[in-house]
Design a protein around this ligand. Structure first.
Ligand SMILES: [Zn+2]
Length: 141
């Protein structure tokens, strides 16, 4: 089993708000991030796939397909977007880095053909990142 990671960057804006919280709760829990005018981040995404090395090509994954899938399924959808308003899942889901990682996983998983998705890592800043290994990370399939 071998692991391969491709990186990409995207910029997006968001704000944090839960309509089920009172204004006071939203302010207390989300602080400045509750400002509905939003604020931006330069995110770094790392997508790791795993599989066996193909003995004929020496590759674990079709690199072109991985790059194109990340481009079409993730970057086209998220880059330079106001996540709360322009990305369907974040009309109801709070666009935290945690939920971004889960959303990116769900966007990529059904589209990757040869390699198996292993991890989605999203950096919100250089000092803060989230890892998601899928819902069934317990079984190694
Ligand atoms: Zn933020």
């Amino acid at each position: 089993m071998i692991y391969l990671t491709r990186k990409a960057e995207f910029s997006a804006s968001h704000y944090y708000h839960n309509p089920n919280f009172t204004p006071e709760e939203n302010h207390r829990i989300f602080g400045k991030c509750n400002n509905p005018n939003g604020h931006g981040h330069n995110y770094t995404l790392e997508v790791t796939v795993k599989g066996e090395v193909d003995s004929r090509s020496g590759f674990v994954v079709d690199l072109k397909q991985l790059k194109e899938t990340m481009h079409f399924e993730v970057l086209d959808a998220l880059d330079h977007r106001f996540l709360n308003k322009e990305v369907p899942e974040f009309r109801t889901l709070i666009p935290t880095t945690e939920n971004l990682a889960i959303s990116i996983w769900q966007r990529l998983k059904p589209k990757l053909k040869t390699a198996q998705l292993h991890r989605v890592r999203v950096y919100e800043t250089a000092d803060l990142f989230v890892d998601f290994y899928g819902e069934d990370s317990q079984d190694s399939e």
